[in-house]
Every structure is written in C-alpha cells, then in structure tokens.
Design a binder for this molecule. Structure first.
Ligand SMILES: [Fe+2]
Length: 307
C-alpha cells in the first residue's frame, strides 16, 4: 500500500475494560461499575494458523476469518471496502443469534454468511460513526429487526436520525444469547468511540490497531483523550486480550494480543500526554505507512527528538 497517510484519512474524505481470566471482575466501564464476567478459554485463528477449542473445528471460508472460537461464541471477520475495514460477526452458539459490528461496504457478504449458517442478526454494534464503518447500516436494518447500539456521545456527535437506537454510556453489557458483550467508552478518535469486549476478545474499532491507533486530527478527535484511553486499555486489560481492529493495517496477522501491542505499538510507549500528542499529531504520519510494523519503545522515544 502506498500513500503518506493511513487509509482512514481517505475514509473520512469520502463523506465524513478490567478482565481477569476465570470468573473474575472487571471495572472497565469508565464509570466505575463492577462487572463480573465468566470467561471461557479460547483460541483464535489467524491467516497462517488453524486451531480450535475443545474439538470445535475452525473453518476458513473464502474471505472470512474465524478470529475467535469458544464454547459460547465465534467471531468472524470479513475485510471489506477500499480501506481494509473489518466487519465483525459475533455469533452466539446457544441462540444462533449474532451481532454485526460496524456494517459497511459490501455488507451483503456478512448477511450471506449469517444466512448460510442459519444465524439471525439481532444487534448492530457501532464502534463509531465514520462513514467507512456505517455505510452498510441501512442494508442490515432493511433485512433484519436488529437493534442499533452506540454510545450517546457518538450519537450526539454524529447527529444522524437513527432507527431503533439503544444509546449507552460505557460500562453496560449487552446480552446475546449466552454471550455477554461489555461496552467500553474509549474517546479520542471520536467523542463517543466504543470498544466491545467479549470474553478475552476486544473489538476496538479505530481506537487501537495492530501497531497503530486511530487519528485524532479529524472532527471530534482529541489526542489527550486518546492518550488516556490507550493508557487504560494497557493498564486495565489483561495482556492475553486479543485485539480485533477496525482496519487491517497489520503487517502479517490481522490480530494480536495486547501484550504484543505493549511491546511494539508506538502509541503505547509514551508516558507523558505531551509526548503522545506530539507523536500522534505531528510525527507519526510522516514516519510510518501501512502496514504498520512493530516499533520499539526506544525507537518511538527517539523519533520525538529526530524531527
Ligand atoms: Fe474512523
């Protein structure tokens, strides 16, 4: 891929958590609520591997990645559109219902996948309101009775007249059959950006990419808020958390653990908000292009003084 700017820049131009494994407690609603989650062990699929949990086979239909598989749920990712967006389908096994995350682009492929598997789409989860994440929303609404979920500050920022919206504040849980989805308010890319936490999986939208993070210079962006958001993700989620980003900017595997991100994501290397803001707003886009390779802490700190 070429171009000096990450692809989400072009997307905008088109229009414009604390989990401990095993029955523990999280307080990552940013609202101080205490939530108890029961987490099932799971493994995940990447383009180069194939694994399953407890004998459940992972299959790899063309164009789809089975990103996570547990007794309770599966997460499928379909990469769609010119900006390498990931649209996710969270499938609850017990009820054969699903939530679609950020329906956009050739969203008919997601609907076809659900249909082939006999899955009924009951919910739509939006990480944020940028065009490249929502331009298939109406198509899903037209073909289902799905309920839209997003954060209230994002709805206010967006200003769209939405059908059947459920507005959240962060810290709530959505129940999808036997699967619980926790909503995290993660402002920075937009005022009401959300991440969705399912067991040990984190669907992160444009908040956190594999070795990158969302821009903060678009309308509603705030690099200081992003610094705080990423610090909380780093400090409050377990290192084993599997990241499912909103775009496929990864150099090889589309997913990563949070531990790997702490090691190689430059946006997690800065201790002061001033350094983070300087890097995010003035340095990063001049130094890096997608796909994003890992950056050591020393490399990130050195880049502050090289320009
Ligand atoms: Fe975005």
């Amino acid at each position: 891929m070429s171009g000096a700017l990450p692809n989400e820049h072009y997307a905008h131009a088109l229009a414009t958590l604390m989990v401990r494994t095993s029955a523990t407690i999280i307080s990552f609603g940013w609202t101080g609520r205490i939530i108890t989650l029961f987490i099932l062990p799971q493994k995940y699929y990447t383009a180069s591997g194939n694994s399953g949990y407890a004998g459940i086979p992972l299959q790899q239909p063309a164009g789809e990645l089975l990103m996570s598989n547990s007794h309770a749920y599966s997460i499928y990712a379909i990469e769609l559109g010119p900006m390498e967006n990931f649209v996710y389908l969270i499938h609850d096994r017990a009820s054969d219902t699903a939530a679609v995350v950020d329906p956009a682009w050739e969203v008919g492929r997601v609907l076809d996948l659900a249909h082939e598997k006999g899955i009924r789409i009951t919910d739509i989860l939006l990480t944020h309101s940028h065009h490249d994440h929502v331009n298939g929303l109406q198509q899903v609404l037209d073909s289902s009775d799905a309920q839209i979920h997003l954060l209230k500050p994002e709805a206010q920022f967006w200003g769209a007249a939405l059908a059947r919206p459920t507005l959240h504040h962060g810290g709530e849980r959505i129940r999808l059959g036997n699967t619980e989805i926790s909503i995290l308010h993660t402002p920075g890319h937009t005022p009401g950006s959300a991440c969705y936490q399912i067991g040990n999986d984190l669907i992160a939208g444009d908040t956190l990419f594999v070795f990158g993070c969302g821009r903060c210079d678009l309308a509603g962006g705030d690099p200081e808020q992003m610094f705080t958001t990423l610090k909380r993700i780093r400090n409050e989620l377990p290192g084993s958390t599997i990241l499912h980003p909103g775009h496929n900017y990864a150099p090889a595997h589309p997913t990563s653990t949070l531990e790997q991100q702490v090691e190689g994501n430059p946006f997690l290397h800065f201790d002061s908000p001033e350094d983070f803001v300087e890097y995010r707003m003035h340095i990063h886009d001049r130094l890096r292009e997608t796909p994003y390779e890992a950056v050591s802490r020393q490399q990130a700190l050195d880049s502050l003084h090289r320009t």
